[in-house]
Ligand binder design. Structure first.
Ligand code: 5GP
Ligand code: ZN
Length: 137
């Protein structure tokens, strides 16, 4: 993709602080980290988001995340790690080349999780039914 920032990073047209690379996957530091060591894991081949990735592509990405997360945690002496993936503008995706975030976290680092909302009466079962019937098809 000519106009994709992460394709340009994967092709080394734009520099990055690489922390890991193999044939399919590149991992580098986020330029605007939640905490230092915040790492992005991308497929080298362009795909806009999770729905554009094959299961094999996604498993390769997640394999890299699984291997790197404890390494990053230890290297920056974090207390915990968040793994995240934003898919779609409504979900906060800013760069439309699929990527996973490995985010080091510290006790009392001030970053909050989103708040949940309660379901209305009977709503949880109706929503579960929708998803179950979609899974079955
Ligand atoms: P998204 O919201 O799409 O999941 O996150 C995109 C991430 O890419 C952001 O956390 C942002 O800081 C990071 N980012 C944006 N531009 C660059 C860049 O040029 N280099 C690097 N290393 N990270 C970037
Ligand atoms: Zn791309």
């Amino acid at each position: 993709m000519d106009d994709c920032l992460f394709c340009k990073i994967a092709e080394r047209d734009i520099p990055c602080e690489k922390v890991y690379e193999d044939q399919d996957v590149l991992a580098f530091l986020d330029i605007h980290p939640i905490n230092p060591g915040h790492t992005l894991v991308i497929p080298k081949k362009h795909a806009a988001d999770i729905s554009a990735l094959t299961r094999a592509d996604f498993e390769r990405l997640m394999g890299c995340v699984h291997a790197l997360a404890p390494i990053v945690k230890k290297a920056v002496q974090a207390d915990g790690i968040n793994i995240g993936m934003n898919n779609g503008g409504a979900a906060g995706q800013l760069v439309f080349h699929a990527h996973l975030h490995i985010i080091p976290r510290y006790q009392n680092d001030g970053f909050r999780h989103w708040h949940g909302n309660p379901y209305g009466n009977g709503e949880i079962r109706a929503v579960a039914e929708k998803i179950r019937s979609a899974v079955a098809n």
